[in-house]
Design a protein around this ligand. Structure first.
Ligand code: TXA
Ligand code: MG
Length: 317
C-alpha cells in the first residue's frame, strides 16, 4: 500500500466537480485559452482572500473577473456604446477595464477598492462550461506564485503550488500569454497590458487607435511590476547566440550549441512563439541553468506581448 503524498490535493475530474469546489468557496485552477487561472467565486470575499494568500500576491493588485456571458458582465460594469463595440471581440483573450457597478455583488477585495473592474469572457470550452456550471463570476489571476512564470499546463500549476491547489486539466493552453488588457474611458481605449490579442487586431475591429499605457503602468495595472514573470535563471535579451554556460531560447534558425536549447518557432511564427514562451522558459529553468539567453523577437503583432514578458523576466531583481 502506498502512503498518500504530503500536500496531495485531489484534482476534479469533471467540470461539475470543479464547479462544486468553487461554489463551496474553495479555490480551483482551470484552463483558459491564454494561461491557467487560479479561480475563486468573485462574490465570496473569503474565497478571494485565499487567492491572494495562495499566490503571495499583494492585496492592492486587483483581479480579473471572468464571466460566462455578456449579461453577467453587464451586471458588474457600465458598458458605454464604445465598450459594447470592443466587447464584440468576446469571447477571447481580451480584458476590459470598465466603471464598476457598486453593490452588484462582487467582493470589493477583487477590485482592491478601485472604482473600476477588469472583466473577461474567456474562449475555452472548459472555462465557459465551468462558468455556466458555477453560475457566478470567477476571480482568476494566472495560477502561479506571485512574480513567477504563468502556467500553460496543469502540471506547471501543480509544481508551482507544490500540489496544494486542485487543477481542472484541460491540456496545454492555446495562446500561452495572458489576455490583452484595455481600459475604456470616454472615447479612448488604452492598452494597459499587451497580450494574446494583438493591438492591431483590436484597432481593426473597432476602427480606431488603441493608445499604449505600457510605460505609464503606475496608474492602472499594479500587477505589471517590472520583475513579474521571472524564471529562476537570469535572462539576457536580444542575444544572437548563447555564451558559454548559457541556455538558449531561439526564434527561427537555431545556432549550433552544445548547451540546452529550445526554439520558440523555427518558422518565425509569432503566434507559435507566444504559445511556447512560458512553457520553454519553464523547461529551461527546470534544468537548473544559471542564465538563459533569448534571441531577438520582432516587436510587431504578438511580438509586443512576447517582448513585454521577456523584458519583465530580464528586469533587475
Ligand atoms: O489571460 C489572463 O488575463 C489570465 C487568465 C487566467 O484570465 N489572468 C491574468 O490575471 O493574467 P493576472 O491577475 O495575472 O493579471 C491581471 C492584471 C493585473 O496586472 C492587474 O493589476 C490588472 O489585471 N487589473 C485588474 N483589475 C484592474 C483594474 N480595475 N484596473 C487596472 N488593472 C487591473
Ligand atoms: Mg499573473
Amino acid at each position: 500500500m502506498s502512503a498518500p503524498l504530503a500536500n496531495d490535493t485531489i484534482d476534479p475530474r469533471t467540470v461539475e466537480d470543479a464547479a462544486a469546489l468553487l461554489r463551496a468557496g474553495k479555490l480551483c485552477a482551470f484552463p483558459t485559452e491564454t494561461v491557467y487561472g487560479l479561480g475563486a467565486d468573485a462574490t465570496n470575499s473569503d474565497a478571494v482572500l485565499a487567492i491572494y494568500e495562495t499566490k503571495g500576491r499583494p492585496r492592492f493588485n486587483p483581479l480579473i473577473v471572468h464571466c460566462a456571458d455578456r449579461e453577467m458582465a453587464g451586471s458588474f460594469a457600465h458598458f458605454s456604446p464604445l465598450a459594447r463595440e470592443v466587447a464584440e471581440l468576446w469571447p477571447g483573450p481580451l480584458t476590459l477595464v470598465l466603471p464598476l457597478r457598486p453593490n452588484a455583488g462582487l467582493s470589493d477585495i477583487v477590485t482592491a477598492g478601485l472604482d473600476t473592474v477588469a472583466l473577461r469572457i474567456p474562449d475555452h470550452p472548459l472555462a465557459r462550461e465551468l462558468l455556466r456550471a458555477v453560475g457566478r463570476p470567477l476571480a482568476a489571476p494566472s495560477a502561479n506564485p506571485s512574480g513567477r512564470l504563468s502556467p500553460t499546463t496543469a502540471q506547471q500549476v501543480r509544481s508551482g503550488f507544490a500540489g496544494r491547489v486542485p487543477v481542472l486539466d484541460g491540456g496545454p493552453c492555446r495562446d500561452g500569454v495572458e489576455s490583452t488588457i484595455v481600459k475604456i474611458e470616454g472615447e479612448t481605449v488604452t492598452q494597459l497590458r499587451a497580450g494574446a490579442l494583438a493591438r492591431s487586431e483590436i484597432e481593426a475591429a473597432i476602427g480606431r487607435k488603441v493608445a499604449n499605457a505600457q510605460h505609464d503602468v503606475a496608474i492602472a495595472a499594479p500587477g505589471m511590476l517590472p520583475n513579474h514573470y521571472a524564471p529562476r535563471a537570469l535572462v539576457r535579451l536580444n542575444a544572437e547566440a548563447p555564451r558559454a554556460g548559457e541556455a538558449y531560447l531561439a526564434f527561427g534558425t537555431a545556432p549550433a550549441t552544445g548547451q540546452p536549447l529550445r526554439n520558440l518557432s523555427p518558422t518565425r511564427n509569432l503566434k507559435e512563439a507566444a504559445r511556447h514562451l512560458f512553457a520553454m522558459l519553464h523547461d529551461l529553468d527546470a534544468l537548473g541553468v544559471g542564465q538563459i539567453a533569448v534571441a531577438p523577437i520582432p516587436d510587431t503583432g504578438l511580438g509586443e506581448a512576447i517582448n513585454d514578458r521577456l523584458r519583465r523576466a530580464a528586469a533587475p531583481r
